[in-house]
Design a protein. Structure first.
Length: 234
């Protein structure tokens, strides 16, 4: 069984929502909970704007009471969230490849986890393909190696919301000028002065860096034009 401790950043699945408490499942079938004040900063009008049944969310363990983790959604930083999402995605990819190539995928996956995490293992294979022979039966190595070579790694996506307002008669044009300064991202207008920033890259870190760079540029240009700028954490 996986052992958790305080301050661990973990992937959770929303199991149920009862009043102001969200119950989630962690790896290993352990149930944890999040109180309303740890969902997001500030006033929450509708808790389902942040969580919904079956949704995967990244949380921080605040404390463990009698084996029950008490978690926070709002205390997780953007970089922590991206790191766990990447790890989760790599684990899914690895298990998917194992299921398609070996007879006992869960058993092989567990053997790998005892030495590597999924990210390390998949990176190691690229430079040292022979390591798969330590975990996968010889008769199944060729099939796994072929699937690994053929599998294209999808680009990772990161989205952030911002608010950009102007009280100037020329406000619309000023906002357009500011947003045009942000390169290598896509911008979508959501209404009510809200915009979604979207970026892709080979890993979450690079995609997130594109977004952060764009936000800094927009923030600086907005200040120059005396626009109201706000980056939403959600």
């Amino acid at each position: 069984m996986i052992e958790f401790k305080e301050d661990d950043i973990v992937m959770c699945t929303v199991k149920k929502i009862e009043g102001t408490i969200v119950f989630v499942d962690l790896d290993g079938g352990i149930e944890g909970s999040i109180v309303m004040s740890e969902i997001a900063a500030g006033r929450i009008r509708n808790i389902r704007d942040y969580v919904s049944l079956g949704k995967k969310i990244v949380c921080k363990i605040l404390k463990i009471q009698n084996g029950h983790p008490e978690l926070s959604l709002r205390r997780v930083t953007g970089s922590e969230k991206d790191k766990i999402k990447e790890k989760y995605e790599k684990e899914r990819n690895l298990l998917s490849m194992l299921k398609a190539s070996v007879k006992k995928p869960e058993e092989v996956s567990q053997k790998i986890k005892e030495i590597y995490d999924a990210i390390e293992f998949l990176e190691e294979i690229k430079t040292n393909p022979s390591i798969v022979e330590k975990f996968i039966p010889k008769s199944e190595v060729a099939t796994f190696t072929k699937i690994f070579a053929e599998k294209k790694e999808k680009e990772k996506e990161v989205k952030k919301k911002i608010v950009l307002k102007s009280t100037s008669p020329n406000g619309i044009n000023e906002i357009k000028e500011v947003l045009q300064e942000a390169k290598n991202i896509e911008v979508t207008y959501l209404g009510n002065s809200k915009f979604s920033l979207f970026a892709k890259a080979k890993d979450f870190k690079k995609a997130n860096q594109k977004i952060q760079n764009a936000i800094e540029i927009i923030k600086t240009k907005a200040k120059e034009k005396k626009l109201v700028f706000e980056a939403e954490e959600k």
